[in-house]
Write a protein that binds this ligand. Structure first.
Ligand code: ADP
Ligand code: SF4
Ligand code: MG
Length: 329
């Protein structure tokens, strides 16, 4: 029997960004696993380190990002340690990414067809005709009915929802094993967002892919994720199966973002309950639990030491001193 190992395993990854104002502590030792066929969500407020941590997996690090430690094991190999050259076959091949804003990724001077076929030709030894046929099939698979005509169009000629479908087609055309989606539906209206989420879920299932799905919206995560990691200030504070975290969140930060979620039965115009306090300053990180300046339950120990991990169930864990004290329900 071969050992079953996760497709992606991030271990204690730390990333900082030196700037003129000081060093930004963007990712402060996060660990997670994504199994084959699984969708793991990364959720957290803006600035919590979701994008920086995911760009690092892809080596899409702007030159100023600094890897301070950790490993990113993809199918058992530490890809964080690879040179950019050795990373090339992974990026866009076995691992692929979609972003919030497709316009910034699609090239306005090339047709959509050309961008799809060139992606295939960059990774596989096939003829141009075979690549074009793959492109048409892929456009159909993402629900673009007039796929042949779409091949000849430019990104600025089509709607936002269609552009996001084209981005998904480009990301999936080389049959990646892992897809990283960074807030792929945030810029879309709710109806189109639902369609794209449904499409992603279907494609991931059909192709038995794994996905890291980044969002700041818990109800979006609930629609698509199997498990979730809740990030704050570059730390993961709670992680586990989405249903458990949704129905029994144990970390005060997770509880706060769930309270801030729009309720299904909310009156039109009813305000969300924002999370109180100032967002964290990643240059001047507080000691102890990063959430303590905003936490209604903060104790002296919270200002001094980062909490150890508490296992709530086998897969559900959280980092909060209250849990050790046994104070939570
Ligand atoms: N290129 C950059 N230069 C300096 N700081 C950055 C850069 N990119 C991100 N950051 C900072 O790193 C932290 C994490 O950012 P990010 O991962 O983009 O957050 P999220 O995706 O969760 O909104 C934030 O404080 C952000 O301001
Ligand atoms: S460790 Fe302390 S400050 Fe942090 S979330 Fe728990 S109770 Fe609040
Ligand atoms: Mg982001």
């Amino acid at each position: 029997m071969t050992e079953v190992r996760p497709l992606l395993e991030v271990r204690d990854m730390r990333i900082s960004i030196p700037t003129q104002r000081g060093v930004v502590h963007a990712v402060n030792g996060i660990s997670y696993q994504v199994n084959r066929g699984e969708v793991m969500g990364i959720i957290g407020e803006s600035g919590s380190g979701k994008s920086v941590s995911s760009y690092a997996v892809m080596h899409l690090m702007k030159k100023n990002f600094r890897v301070d430690g950790g490993q990113v094991l993809f199918d058992g190999e530490d890809i964080l340690a690879l040179s950019d050259e050795k990373m090339q076959p992974y990026r866009g091949g076995r691992i692929s990414m979609i972003f919030q804003d497709p316009l910034s990724c699609l090239d306005p001077v090339y047709t959509i067809g050309r961008q799809l076929t060139e992606t295939v030709l960059a990774h596989e030894k096939v003829t141009k005709e075979a690549a074009e046929q793959r492109a048409v099939n892929m456009l159909k698979a993402v629900g673009l009915r007039d796929a042949e005509q779409m091949m000849n169009r430019y990104s600025f000629e089509i709607s936002g929802g269609m552009r996001q479908r084209v981005m998904i087609a480009i990301a999936l055309i080389c049959d990646p094993e892992l897809l990283i989606a960074d807030e792929p539906t945030t810029a879309l209206d709710v109806t189109v967002q639902d369609q794209i989420l449904r499409l992603l879920r279907t494609l991931v299932r059909e192709k038995h892919m794994s996905m890291v799905f980044i969002t700041h919206n818990f109800s979006v995560a609930a629609q698509i994720c199997d498990s979730v990691s809740v990030m704050y200030g570059g730390y993961i504070l709670e992680q586990g199966p989405i249903r458990q975290i949704f129905s029994d969140p144990v970390h005060p930060y997770t509880q706060a973002i769930l309270r801030a979620m729009p309720r299904m039965e909310a009156e039109p115009g009813e305000r969300l309950m924002p999370i109180e306090g100032e967002p964290i300053d990643p240059i001047h990180m507080p000691a102890g639990c990063p959430f303590h300046p905003r936490c209604a339950h903060a104790m002296e120990i919270c200002r001094q030491s980062f909490p150890d991990m508490t296992e709530i169930t086998e897969q559900h864990r959280a980092y909060c001193h209250l849990l050790k004290e046994g104070d939570h329900e």
